[in-house]
Ligand binder design. Sequence first.
Ligand SMILES: Cc1cc2nc3c(=O)[nH]c(=O)nc-3n(C[C@H](O)[C@H](O)[C@H](O)COP(=O)(O)OP(=O)(O)OC[C@H]3O[C@@H](n4cnc5c(N)ncnc54)[C@H](O)[C@@H]3O)c2cc1C
Length: 396
Amino acid sequence: MSDLNTFREETRAWLLDNCPESQRQPIVKDEQIWGGRKREFPSADAQKWFEAMADRGWTAPTWPKEYGGGGLSPDEAKILQQEMARLGCRPALYEIGIWMFGPALLAFGTEEQKLEHIPKIVRGEIRWAQGYSEPSAGSDLASLKTKAEDCGDHFLVNGTKIWTTNAHKADWIFCLVRTNPDAPKQQGISFLLIDMESEGVSVSPIELISGESEFCQTFFDNVKVPKANLVGELNKGWDVAKELLKHERAMMSSMESMTEKEEFSLVDLAKQTLGADAKGALNNPEVRTKIAALDMEMQAFAQLNERMFYQHKAKQSDPRLPLLLKHIGTKQLQRKDELLLEILGNKSLSWESAASSHTEHTVTRNWAFDKAHTIAGGTSEIQLNIIAKRALGMAS
Ligand SMILES: Cc1cc2nc3c(=O)[nH]c(=O)nc-3n(C[C@H](O)[C@H](O)[C@H](O)COP(=O)(O)OP(=O)(O)OC[C@H]3O[C@@H](n4cnc5c(N)ncnc54)[C@H](O)[C@@H]3O)c2cc1C
């Protein structure tokens, strides 16, 4: 038996021993485990499952063992993912430290920084927020104004970041700050790590139309940040920012499998709502054609993801692929939402009425929420601009 087959068998057996039955049910939002000093477990089973995964480093399967990661090869990590999916195991940890900050720190951080932060991310002890966008710097991120002045042994940070998701729950924030106002825009930016408990940091939640408020505005008022918290070289933070965005975009392209939302099978919902003939074919041929077309596109998309996996494994990653995947993946998710709405017809007009079912509310709310995915991590228009320039070689 090959090493990978042995690994698969051992992994399957380990998962069966360590993932309680209750953690093999579809995840619901209230039961997700996010990292952080204020981390809470919704049940003893959830804690047991989380700790088993963290002890093995499998919350970050491919990260090096010396920093607490799983040390798995890409093939082994894929097997772990497949076996978890086969058994329906819930993700053990939700954390942007795992999805985007950790990989950038592994690439650009000093040994001290990696030893300090990576094990805590793996163990879900620290929750991170992202401090990129500013009120006048979203798509044109490099025009950001939050400044960090060199004060000898520390930087003094002043300014504000906006749309900082869950900053009110975060322990630390990674920020892009201006360290040289005289240099051309992208060349005067540095990447700084800031403890949210530092004096002068404050957070103001932004209420959304849905009544939720995951977004915040974060203010920095004469915040002292040790020089040791600079990641990468001074004024070269743009390189770190780009590395991190690569991971953010890859993460967003597979948003459907990452989010806590309940997902619905197009075919099942269409059969229930529109009916099917004796052979099981949908009664509505127009919807049937649309579902088939979307399904084919989604399968092609999965193949593209597969291609990225093998390129990564062969250390031949094409930097253009994450751009394409983010754009296609988020659009596809929105098309699926639109089709679900079309299937439900006027039943999808419901938001919270007692006369409508849980499924009807959820489909509608997912449709509204998923609009965010073509904005977060760089809007679709910006993705297309970059694809036109970098992938197609078109002049701006
Ligand atoms: C769910 C979600 C979570 C987020 N979380 C975070 C976070 O945690 N931390 C963080 O820092 N930021 C976060 N953001 C912010 C996000 O990065 C910005 O919203 C995004 O970069 C767009 O910036 P903006 O909102 O300022 O829009 P703008 O840049 O003002 O753009 C407005 C519109 O103009 C278009 N546009 C702008 N410039 C061009 C151009 N050159 N060519 C063509 N069209 C253009 C855009 O595509 C968009 O449609 C989040 C956003 C969302 C939706």
